[in-house]
Design a binder for this molecule. Structure first.
Ligand code: PNS
Length: 159
């Protein structure tokens, strides 16, 4: 069985993330969406809120499960017998950072973990959770970028 983990902060989940999840779910038997809970980035949404939004967003996929993790991703993966990471690549600006993480994860795991990259669909290439939060903070409609229930949560949180 092919099982992969798609890790991230998901603060909050966007249509860009959902595009990667949908395409991974068609490619692999099981996709575990892993939300990092001890994030140095000081997230807007609590880990519980992020998990709830993601679970709602992926409820129609039978082979997608949402979990939270803290500490090193490779430690979670080893413990749960997962050896492949999925990440989305939006543009060349993502590449250097992603390459660094993928290569160091491979090194530290002693070559037991690989990373698979999906190039983000062109309509979501510019999208990030930070951009969505910035627009939402000023009352802009963000329903082109995130599901309606996420847009509502952003409004409640920021306005
Ligand atoms: O959505 P993000 O913030 O770009 O996701 C980054 C994430 C969560 C995939 C990455 O920071 C991560 O795996 N963090 C867990 C800690 C870890 O394993 N660090 C070593 C590689 S940076």
């Amino acid at each position: 069985m092919s099982r992969v983990i798609y890790p991230g902060s998901f603060d909050p989940v966007t249509y860009g993330h959902l595009d990667v999840i949908k395409r991974s779910a068609a490619m692999f038997d099981e996709v575990i969406v892993g939300i990092l809970s001890n994030n140095a980035k000081n997230p807007l949404f609590s880990i519980g809120e992020r998990k709830e939004m993601l679970e709602m967003a992926v409820k129609d996929f039978d082979n997608v499960k949402v979990i939270t993790f803290e500490g090193l991703l490779i430690d979670y993966m080893k413990k749960h017998d997962i050896s492949v990471i999925v990440r989305g690549l939006r543009a060349v600006t993502d590449f250097e950072y992603e390459l660094q993480i993928a290569q160091s994860n491979r090194k530290v795991s002693r070559d037991t973990i690989d990373t698979v990259f999906l190039t983000t669909s062109i309509e979501y290439a510019y999208l990030s959770s930070s951009i969505v939060k910035e627009y939402a903070r000023y009352g802009t409609d963000v329903t082109d970028f995130v599901p309606d229930f996420v847009a509502k949560k952003l409004k409640e949180k920021l306005l």
